[in-house]
Write a protein that binds this ligand. Structure first.
Ligand SMILES: Cc1ncc(COP(=O)(O)O)c(C=O)c1O
Length: 390
């Protein structure tokens, strides 16, 4: 028998479609509205804080679960922004991005046979995260156009094998911001079935239409059963720094810290110092972040609608999910290929956000975390689609 070299786990998922679209954008010289990273500068003062940290020789391993100064800053931010008191000594683990935070959290709590509930469409990483941690994913639909879930359907997804539910608010790819009522419904089911909420809140400051970000950990009785995940990438436009963190009760934090230690030892020490500076920026920074993103949102929505996309207007995060039915393509991958090669704009095919590709075959996702010039150039190219829309 020939030896099976590749693990069964690694065989079960493909490379990231989102990251592949960035490579395609580079290949065809397309404007990249696929992967969610800004093409504008990070704030000057946090860049200075990072270089100061390096010049002050903060160049060796930080404490494996995170530099004290950074953990303190995370606790301060959680208090003023989320209304959540956190013990930086026992409840925070700093990780290499929220990507590592999610897999470390899953590996810390999932046992064989455990089910994890995932709202669909979902951020692509959660699928492989489930496979790698050995969880069986159970999908609960978010229904367009407002991306609500059906309470009964959600209730039916819970059972004795359910270990956790993954929530992502504000949501990628839909732009949904979970309301207090929705989070309460989820919380009630978590109590009933003794389930952990794992909540990815990386877009917590990017909110539109007076929406408020609510951390499920702040709902009655949820603090002890929630793992809150966050990071610097999106709020401070530093996706390449790879600094994220988890907040969880001490017992769960101990398990996450162990997994994290042997996965990566720690996140970049000088960037954690810069992160401490970033989290203490004046509150006006966050207002401007949201208002700048609102202008970009308006701009992209207007051109997408004008050329024939049906848009699901986002309440948060920096993406627009669209319906492509007007263009006569039945397949999102084919349409995305056409866009990147012929029109010169890269997007993410909708199917990458669903466990069954058919469910996303009429959708593509645009990101708008880009400079005005980039959006203007994309607009000019997208106008060519107008003649195609039926
Ligand atoms: C919902 C969500 N979580 C996590 C990430 C990755 O975050 P990080 O850069 O902190 O690993 C992204 C990036 O697009 C995202 O959209």
């Amino acid at each position: 028998m020939p030896k099976q070299i590749i693990s069964y786990k690694a065989e079960q998922f493909t490379e990231s479609v989102i990251r592949e679209m960035t490579r395609q954008a580079n290949l065809y010289g397309a404007i990249n509205l696929s992967q969610g990273f800004p093409d504008f500068s990070a704030p000057e003062e946090i860049k200075l804080a990072a270089s100061d940290a390096i010049m002050s020789d903060i160049n060796q391993y930080a404490i494996t679960w995170g530099a004290k100064n950074f953990r303190n800053a995370i606790a301060e931010k959680s208090s003023w922004y989320l209304g959540m008191e956190v013990d930086p000594e026992r409840e925070i683990t700093v990780t290499c991005g929220s990507t590592e935070a999610m897999i470390a959290a899953m590996m810390a709590i999932v046992n064989p046979g455990d089910e994890v509930i995932v709202f669909e469409p979902f951020y692509e990483n959660y699928g492989p995260d489930a496979i790698l941690s050995g969880a069986t994913p159970k999908y609960v639909t978010l229904y367009a156009p407002d991306w609500h879930f059906d309470e009964d359907e959600l209730a039916r997804a819970f059972n004795d094998n359910t270990k956790a539910i993954i929530i992502n608010t504000p949501n990628n790819p839909t732009g949904k911001v979970f309301s207090r009522e929705e989070l309460q419904q989820i919380a009630d089911l978590c109590h009933k079935w003794n389930v952990i909420a794992i909540t990815d809140e990386i877009y917590e400051h990017i909110l539109f239409n007076d929406k408020k970000h609510i951390a499920i950990a702040t709902l009655d009785g949820m603090r002890e059963r929630t793992i809150t995940i966050n990071g610097l990438s999106k709020t401070y436009s530093v996706t390449g720094w790879r600094v994220g963190y988890t907040i969880a009760p001490p017992e769960i934090t101990s398990a996450i810290r162990k997994v994290h230690d042997f996965l990566t030892v720690g996140a970049a020490a000088p960037l954690q110092e810069a992160g401490a500076h970033a989290l203490r920026l004046p509150r006006s920074y966050y207002d401007k972040l949201a208002s700048d993103y609102f202008m970009r949102r308006e701009r992209i929505l207007s051109v997408l609608k004008d050329v024939g996309f049906k848009c699901f207007d986002p309440d948060g995060a920096y993406y627009v999910m669209t319906d492509i039915s007007a263009f006569g393509y039945d397949d999102d991958l084919e349409f995305a290929r056409f866009l990147v090669k012929e029109i010169g704009v890269a997007v993410v095919p909708g199917s990458s956000f669903y466990h069954d590709p058919k469910l996303g075959s009429r959708q593509v996702r645009f990101t708008f975390c880009k400079r005005d010039e980039t959006l203007a150039a994309a607009e000019e190219r997208l106008r060519q689609l107008k003649s195609l829309a039926g």
